[in-house]
Design a protein around this ligand. Structure first.
Ligand code: ZN
Length: 502
């Protein structure tokens, strides 16, 4: 027993070190795309590669491995949180150790190169330039899956890396349910709208938009002592080695305040999840959200279910007129609600509305799955991409910049990541249906008083960090298995109401 106590202390110390490396690495990354001067990239790259090498050494050392194996052998005697920490670290470690060192290093190098080639290829809309890198990435990912999980289908392996337990069978069922719900609904919406787009373009000074960001963070009840906001080209949320230091970012456009408004609310949802993790888990392997799907369920819950609702837009509108008196002097509350909920099938995923968003994800899922199964060549990606965009969204893709080259995910090796965005949206709708049995959610959104909503999510999701696997977490919160019908019904009710469909 004394041995276990001693080993648990070593485990805590190991995790504190890992968190310190994560803190430093995240700060370097954050500095690189917030305030850093233009000629400092190389300096950061050197520090970053030394830190990641040291971290790799610490994590994969024989001493670390022996400690975790020893704790794992006594897992039934460990407290629940430590048992989970050992499980998560060991799983990662076993997978890393089965990849030959030279191949691991070659893959890291390939990913760094491919990211910069992708940037240039996207700029020039030149897929041929990116093709050899992407071919190598898909090949390497098949190989790594073969090392890490020889009995598993390679794509299933990568899907479950982002969402524990996820596989093609679940995704196929999920996406086909979405398709049969969304495609006919979209056709009816387009018929009713006649393709009209409602926007709020005008002049919205950055200084005023910054005031709106602060106000929104207050309405979301984000703890500003532990959560900061900055500006970057692409909005994101980052955790600096623990849930006690989280930053969100946004990007302001002076001709429209809506994109930044939704970025702040979306990233704010991620930050609520992170900052509300139980303090007992600070600087451990469970001190962050459990999966991409659960994380997106929180961000998209606040962005779509809360902030795009009729009640919340009415609540917010008077404040918007106070912040942007000139630009909004002739606008009505109804204009704002429609501007937040206009449906337009388009080319770009990150600009998509709530209804068509999952169709963008479906295209990517279909393509990844077929490439990993050897049914599609990487060189055939642009033509298949364009064909599926026409089939699912009815749009013609003019060039690869607005098509297959738009996302950075594949260039960065995030194969199997896309489905979690769609799953997150669907998890959120299921959580809403349970929450509504206990709370008057509409009254909370209409009054802008989100305490009860936050308290519910904190109790069922946030406080657990990564303690409970995503499928189990959702099952406990909802009292039943994941069911995409809730999402399809939510979309159908919402857009029937927005567009007056019978
Ligand atoms: Zn997100």
């Amino acid at each position: 027993m004394a041995d276990i106590k001693e080993n648990l202390e070593k485990l805590a110390s190991l995790q504190r070190k890992i968190s310190a490396y994560a803190h430093a690495t995240a700060l370097l990354y954050f500095d690189g795309n917030t305030g850093a001067p233009s000629k400092t990239t190389e300096n950061r790259a050197i520090s970053s590669s030394i830190l990641s090498e040291e971290l790799y050494r610490l994590q994969t050392s024989d001493e670390t491995f022996a400690l975790l194996e020893e704790l794992d052998a006594h897992r039934d005697e460990l407290p629940e949180s430590e048992r989970r920490q050992v499980y998560l670290i060991l799983k990662e470690l076993r997978e890393t150790r089965c990849i030959p060192m030279d191949e691991y290093i070659a893959l890291q190098k390939l990913l760094i190169e491919s990211d910069s080639v992708w940037h240039e290829a996207k700029e020039r809309s030149d897929f041929a330039m990116f093709l050899p890198y992407l071919e190598k990435i898909f090949e390497a990912y098949k190989k790594v899956a073969g090392y890490a999980a020889p009995d598993k289908d390679p794509y299933d392996y990568w899907l479950s890396r982002y969402e524990d337990g996820l596989n093609r069978e679940t995704c196929d069922k999920f996406f086909s349910r979405l398709r049969e719900g969304i495609v006919p609904l979209l056709a009816r919406v387009m018929e009713a709208s006649g393709g009209r787009v409602k926007g709020m373009e005008g002049y919205y000074p950055v200084s005023a938009q910054e005031k709106l960001s602060d106000y929104l963070m207050d309405v979301l009840l984000l703890d500003r002592g532990h959560c900061g906001i900055s500006t970057t080209e692409h909005p994101y949320t980052i955790n600096f080695g623990s849930h006690l230091d989280v930053r969100i970012t946004t990007n302001y456009h002076e001709n429209d305040f809506i994109p930044s408004m939704f970025s702040v609310i979306h990233e704010g949802g991620h930050a609520l999840y992170e900052t509300n993790i139980d303090d007992a888990y600070t600087r451990t392997a469970i001190d962050s959200g459990v999966s991409m799907g659960i994380h997106e369920s929180q961000s998209r819950f606040y962005e779509n279910i809360i902030a795009r609702s009729k009640g919340f837009t009415s609540f917010l509108f008077p404040k918007l007129r106070e912040i942007f008196p000139e630009a909004l002097k002739d606008a009505t509350e109804e204009d704002f609600y429609l501007a937040c909920n206009t449906v337009v099938p388009g080319l770009i995923r990150i600009d998509a509305d709530e209804l068509t968003y999952c169709l963008h994800i479906m295209v990517r899922y279909e393509l990844e799955k077929r490439i990993m199964a050897g049914e599609l060549k990487v060189s055939e990606l642009p033509s298949e991409w364009n064909r599926l965009y026409k089939e699912y969204l009815g749009v013609d893709v003019p060039d690869d910049k607005h098509g297959v080259l738009q996302d950075s995910h594949w260039a960065n090796g995030n194969i199997g990541y896309f489905p979690s965005y769609a799953l997150g949206s669907a998890y959120g709708a299921q959580l809403l249906s349970v929450m509504k049995k206990e709370l008057d959610v509409d009254a909370c959104t209409a009054s802008g008083r989100l305490e009860p909503v936050n308290a519910w999510l904190k109790e069922h999701i946030w406080r657990h960090g990564s303690l409970i696997a995503p499928g189990e977490l959702l099952r406990r919160a909802c009292g039943e298995e994941f069911n995409p019908d809730y999402y399809v019904n939510y979309l159908s009710e919402k857009y029937s109401s927005v567009y007056g469909l019978k």
